[in-house]
Ligand binder design. Structure first.
Ligand code: G3D
Ligand code: MG
Length: 190
């Protein structure tokens, strides 16, 4: 076993309509022990979490989130630039949030030097299945497949609940795996 540890910092952005559960996903992931990064007054902030992803890799996630009612225009340049990967989130009980996913991707690429980055597609609020009409899992799977074809690399689809914690850790683990694969493939590692 190598005793050399790689250290990486990944900037992760949470994308999706208001109220799909972005802040809840982040809070669920960070749990109690999270360290706050620094909070900017422009309407976005990031938190930091350090994770040992494997024997030889320690990743520091900088997880960015947009704050409540701030006007989006003001912050998006800072929010998106230098993104390592994105969690693209919709609410399975809100079809509108699913239909709006392409415009979020457009925002990301437009503000990130026209670059696409590794993505995990997230259908959140799956705890509501059975209580209220919800999009079928297949809708997410199909869209993820279309995204994979468009980007040229795999975009996984994961169903989560920020309420119960279902698949929240897995979402970040999967995204970091996608980022690793992307960096290796394009030899972008510094
Ligand atoms: P946003 O950051 O994307 O705008 P929030 O979304 O994280 O603020 O969540 C919006 C509302 O959805 C919150 O409810 C939150 O509790 C709820 N929510 C988030 N994730 C889930 C989930 O997985 N399941 C369920 N059932 N609810 C969820 P309130 O009532 O506080 O507005
Ligand atoms: Mg929020």
């Amino acid at each position: 076993m190598s005793d050399v540890q790689k250290k990486a910092v990944y900037k992760i952005v949470l994308l999706g309509d208001g109220a799909v559960g972005k802040t809840s996903i982040r809070e669920q992931y960070l749990g109690k022990g999270f360290k706050e990064g620094y909070s900017m007054t422009i309407g976005a902030d990031f938190c930091v979490k350090r994770v040992q992803l494997s024997n030889d890799l320690v990743v520091t996630f900088q997880i960015w989130d947009l704050a409540g009612q701030q006007r989006f225009d003001v912050v998006r340049a800072v929010y998106f630039k230098g993104t390592s990967g994105a969690l693209l989130v919709f609410d399975v009980s809100n079809p509108r949030s699913f239909e709006n996913l392409p415009s979020w991707l457009n925002e990301l690429t437009k503000n990130n030097y026209n670059r696409i980055v590794p993505i995990v597609l997230i259908g959140n609020k799956t705890d509501l299945r059975g209580q209220t009409p919800c999009l079928p899992k297949d809708a997410g799977l199909q869209y993820a497949k279309a995204l994979s074809e468009w980007t040229g690399f795999e975009v996984p689809y994961l169903e989560t609940s920020a309420k119960t914690g279902l698949n929240i850790d897995e979402a970040f683990r999967l995204l970091s795996r996608q980022i690793e694969a992307f960096l290796d493939r394009y030899q972008l590692r510094g």
